[in-house]
Design a protein around this ligand. Structure first.
Ligand SMILES: [Zn+2]
Length: 354
């Protein structure tokens, strides 16, 4: 357990960062996020660079003002999006050329440009451009991408950042232990404000992912924040906390929320299902969120079946609250030196739905 200091406030870790790719956590207002206990949100430099454009956000006075969120913001560089969404991408050591997935326009971005964009956004935590590979990935290709990622991270660090803006290094190296080790070694040599474990949750089997996360989290300096990118489900977060990861982000709470899937202390619940037609209990009897305090499963089911927007909002809100509540409980358990017990209790209830 720790505290991460940023220009827009302190963050207690382990923490979960609700994802607001486009400068909004889908369907939720900043006030609702605060009420859920969010300490930090995540946005994406690639998406905001394409729309509305860095100049618009700079003129607005930065992303905090633009989206009316006064707490910390971490921006992802968009490396992952360039490698997964963009069309016709060409990478070389200088940077990456790609076509926008929105209008097909060509762009060329260097690692230095990507830091410049995040400076314009006014992020508290900046991520360098990295080269992401898919799973499975041949070792020679993974090695080139890892070395390029390190080189780009070094160049990113040389770009001036605003006062108290943090820069993390991203560990790549696919599923190859020696590449991951070398990457950690080189990044810690350069020194960053924190470190991220990238290139996981890209289709690899779960046990392989656990091994890599375990290895990398263990190799990284313990007194720096360790951010596991894009993971995930409650059980994966708990597992990764045990390995030493202490920052997380994932679209799952809001994406599932919009589909009518709620995370509860007894596991996942699909609100459209017929057993909930006359179920007047809240989504989760143990939950203190606005949705659970005021609405029944039967009503939420009705909202989804009639395609009412309020349904998407209420289940998203509950899910975000559930995730942030989970992190709060994890922090309490760590502080009281009973994390193992907490993990066992939580998972047995969550998996058995009993
Ligand atoms: Zn709730």
């Amino acid at each position: 357990m720790g505290k991460l200091r940023t220009a827009h406030g302190d963050i207690d870790t382990p923490c979960f960062m609700p994802v607001g790719t486009q400068g909004t956590v889908k369907t939720l207002s900043p006030r609702e996020l605060e009420e859920c206990g969010a300490q930090i949100t995540l946005s994406n430099a690639y998406h905001l660079f394409l729309r509305p454009g860095r100049e618009v956000i700079k003129k607005a006075g930065g992303l905090h003002k633009f989206m009316s969120w006064q707490k910390p913001i971490l921006t992802d560089s968009g490396g992952y999006q360039i490698f997964s969404l963009a069309l016709l991408r060409k990478v070389n050591d200088k940077g990456v050329e790609f076509q926008s997935h929105i209008d097909g326009l060509k762009h060329f971005l260097t690692p230095e440009d990507v830091i410049g964009i995040q400076n314009d956004l006014g992020s508290d935590i900046l991520m360098p451009l990295d080269e992401c590979v898919h799973y499975p990935c041949a070792k020679d290709h993974a090695e080139i991408a890892m070395k390029r990622t390190v080189d780009w991270a070094r160049r990113s660090k040389s770009v001036a950042r605003g006062n108290r803006r943090l820069l993390f290094g991203i560990v790549q190296g696919a599923t190859y232990e020696d590449l991951r080790k070398e990457c950690v070694h080189q990044l810690t040599d350069i020194d960053f404000d924190g470190f991220a474990i990238g290139g996981v949750s890209v289709g690899e089997p779960k046990n392989l992912r656990y091994n890599i996360v375990n290895l990398v989290a263990d190799l990284l300096p313990q007194d720096y924040p360790r951010y596991l990118m894009g993971v995930g489900l409650a059980e994966d977060i708990i597992e990764a906390v045990e390995s030493g990861a202490d920052m997380f982000d994932c679209v799952v709470p809001t994406r599932y929320g919009r589909n009518g899937s709620a995370f509860t202390s007894k596991g996942k619940l699909t609100i459209r299902n017929s057993p909930y037609r006359e179920d007047f209990r809240p989504l989760d009897i143990e939950c203190g969120c606005y949705t659970c305090k005021n609405f029944s499963r039967a009503y939420l089911r009705h909202l989804f079946n009639t395609e009412e927007i309020l349904g998407l909002r209420l289940v998203s809100l509950h899910n975000v609250y559930f995730y942030l509540g989970l992190m709060r409980k994890i922090r309490e358990a760590i502080a009281q030196d009973r994390f193992r017990e907490f993990k066992k209790d939580f998972l047995s209830k969550y998996n058995n739905k009993g």
